[in-house]
Design a binder for this molecule. Structure first.
Ligand code: C2E
Ligand code: MG
Ligand code: MG
Ligand code: MG
Length: 293
């Protein structure tokens, strides 16, 4: 088989690779250009995180989008991995942080909810390894002048990214926490998590990955995993978020299982602030009507 395929297939393969490499280079160049000359191409969408007992919104997760001049609105999976590999995530991440602060001012003006809300920004491992990350963050924050009684900045880091250099990550996270930031471990359960490290990481919240939530209604294994994470997290004084909640049955189930917070398309898809603000103000911050126990 391999022999008979001959030269032709190698050429085809080379051409396909060539196309991929060229496409990727173009995205990279476009991003470089956008970061230098047209940062407004990047924007943040927000998705609420809800307290399962009360149904009240407690947090807004900021998720980056790229309004590409030719290719339309791009999702982070189409450009974050490249940005991480090339290091462009560092300037992009700084811009995302600035955007989050700008948006926080908008929320401050237009959000009618009095309860303090967290605004949670995703950090990549590459950013976590930057020696001046904490300085950048604290400078951006102090310039932003956000009312801490209404909005607090938070950060999400994945377990995989933290595990790349656990000692450095733990130090950085501790410093961020000292600044008053709320810290979450994102996509929990999908990486190599060591329980010993979980004990040491100075985080507030564990976000259980969507892959354990999708089949929660009919998978005893997923139920066991979620229960164990909840038990462990609470024993370590962490709160728990379930990601990817899409049905009322799932929300009710997770609430019953003592998952503290829930997030997913059921309540709201990630969307621009102005849109989400309408929903939140209309519903007075209550996005989930809890079923009677
Ligand atoms: P993540 O931080 O785990 O974010 C959750 C992702 O799940 C988001 O995808 C969100 O739209 C999606 N999602 C939320 N609820 C549901 C649901 O009910 N069902 C389904 N099927 N999906 C749901 P998104 O916005 O495409 O982001 C993907 C990933 O890209 C994020 O995963 C995060 O790792 C990364 N990312 C996004 N924004 C940033 C950023 O500003 N900086 C960095 N470094 N990474 C980012
Ligand atoms: Mg996240
Ligand atoms: Mg997540
Ligand atoms: Mg996830």
């Amino acid at each position: 088989e391999a022999k008979s395929s001959g030269r032709g297939e190698y050429q085809l393969f080379d051409e396909r690779m060539q196309v991929q490499v060229t496409a990727r280079l173009r995205v990279e160049n476009d991003m470089r250009h956008a970061l230098e000359h047209d940062k407004e191409q990047f924007c943040l969408h927000f998705q609420p995180i809800i307290e399962s007992q009360s149904g009240d919104i407690v947090c807004l997760e900021a998720l980056v989008r790229w309004q590409h001049p030719e290719r339309g609105l791009l999702s982070p999976i189409e450009f974050i991995p490249m940005a991480e590999e090339t290091g462009l995530i560092v300037p992009l991440g700084e811009w995302i942080l600035e955007l989050a602060c700008q948006e926080a001012k908008r929320w401050e003006q237009l959000c009618q909810i009095q309860r303090p809300l967290d605004i949670s920004v995703n950090l990549s491992g590459r950013q976590l390894a930057q020696a001046d990350l904490v300085t950048t963050i604290s400078n951006t924050l102090s310039h932003a002048n956000i009312d801490p009684s209404r909005f607090r900045l938070g950060f999400e880091v994945t377990e995989t990214e933290v595990m790349r250099d656990p000692a450095t990550a733990a130090t950085t996270l501790q410093t961020l926490r000292d600044l008053g930031a709320h810290l979450s471990i994102d996509d929990f359960g999908t990486g190599y998590s060591s329980l010993a490290y979980l004990k040491q990481f100075p985080v507030d919240t564990i976000k259980i990955d969507r892959s354990f939530i999708t089949h929660i209604m009919d998978s005893p294994a997923d139920q066991a995993i979620v229960s164990s994470v909840v038990y462990l997290a609470h024993a370590l004084n962490h709160t728990v978020v379930a990601e990817g909640v899409e049905t009322i049955a799932q929300a009710d189930k997770l609430r019953e299982m003592k998952v503290d917070y829930i997030q997913g398309y059921l309540f709201a898809k990630p969307q621009p602030a102005e849109q989400l603000l309408i929903l939140i103000n209309q519903q007075q911050g209550r996005l989930y009507q809890t079923a009677p126990n």
